[in-house]
Design a binder for this molecule. Structure first.
Ligand SMILES: Nc1ncnc2c1ncn2[C@@H]1O[C@H](COP(=O)(O)OP(=O)(O)OP(=O)(O)O)[C@@H](O)[C@H]1O
Ligand SMILES: [Mg+2]
Length: 240
């Protein structure tokens, strides 16, 4: 499914003054976007409003023809499950499930059979180099491996858009870069769009577009080309 995501003059106020003060953005199908800006500038709030996790105070968020800000909670949850994937910093995997079942879960929740969901989950884990860890639990693998499981899970239901909020913030830099390269490569192969909050300029260089948020407004929005990933992090290190 290839829908664009359009934000029209989004505002968000948690009750202590505006955090987002009027943001309009279009995310095209297949586009990779880095969202940057100082701490507290509203990046996570923006990502949550874009992805239907939070309802904006004002403004509209269109996914295709659907204004997701106006859907009921149940309808919005369904849309999220079907069309959006999420990778957060941590805490997103269920500790009591095996890795393969964690990855299979979103697809099962959208109606896939357990067998089909597990088959795709295993293929994704293989693609991320984790085939041998499928039957372990998330607590029994390294932080970088757990984030790769989380990436597989985000992609399992074949989303149109993957949202990532500092997905490697808890990892050391080189592990983080490796994980981000896998994420961007696999998202590009799938044709999904990627919207990623990051503080890391190098990570932002791997995206095609950079949106900078300051004080709840879009301060800068530019196409930066985007370095195609796929080579190991070390091989690209000298080139940038
Ligand atoms: N649930 C909430 N209730 C009240 N205020 C909030 C809530 N969540 C965020 N805020 C406030 O909104 C502002 C923007 O927060 P947000 O988390 O979006 O920033 P951020 O750009 O993601 O920062 P960081 O880089 O530190 O993650 C901050 O001033 C924060 O304190
Ligand atoms: Mg944040």
């Amino acid at each position: 499914m290839t829908h664009s995501l359009s934000l029209h003059d989004i505002t968000k106020d948690y009750g202590q003054g505006p955090v987002l003060s009027g943001i309009s953005l279009d995310i095209q199908p297949g586009e990779t976007v880095a969202v940057m800006g100082p701490s507290g500038s509203g990046k996570s709030t923006l990502l949550h409003c874009m992805s239907g996790v939070l309802t904006p105070t004002d403004g509209a968020v269109f996914f295709g023809e659907t204004n997701i800000a106006q859907l009921s909670d149940a309808a919005r949850s369904r849309l999220r499950l079907q069309h959006f994937g999420f990778v957060f910093q941590d805490g997103q995997l269920l500790p009591e499930l095996t890795n393969v079942d964690n990855v299979a879960l979103p697809a099962m929740l959208t109606g896939s059979s357990r067998g089909a969901a597990r088959k795709r989950a295993q293929a994704l884990l293989d693609q991320l180099g984790l085939g041998g860890l499928a039957m372990r639990r998330p607590g029994d693998v390294s932080g970088g491996q757990a984030q790769r499981v989380a990436i597989a899970r985000a992609l399992a239901a074949e989303p149109s858009i993957v949202f990532a909020d500092e997905p490697t913030g808890a990892l050391d830099q080189s592990t983080g870069h490796e994980v981000i390269q896998m994420l961007t490569t696999i998202v590009r192969q799938s044709g999904a769009s990627l919207v990623m909050v990051t503080h890391d300029p190098k990570v932002a260089d791997w995206m095609e577009r950079r949106v900078e948020i300051r004080d709840g407004l879009v301060h800068d929005d530019r196409l930066v080309g985007g370095v195609r990933t796929g080579a190991p992090a070390a091989a690209q290190g000298g080139a940038r």
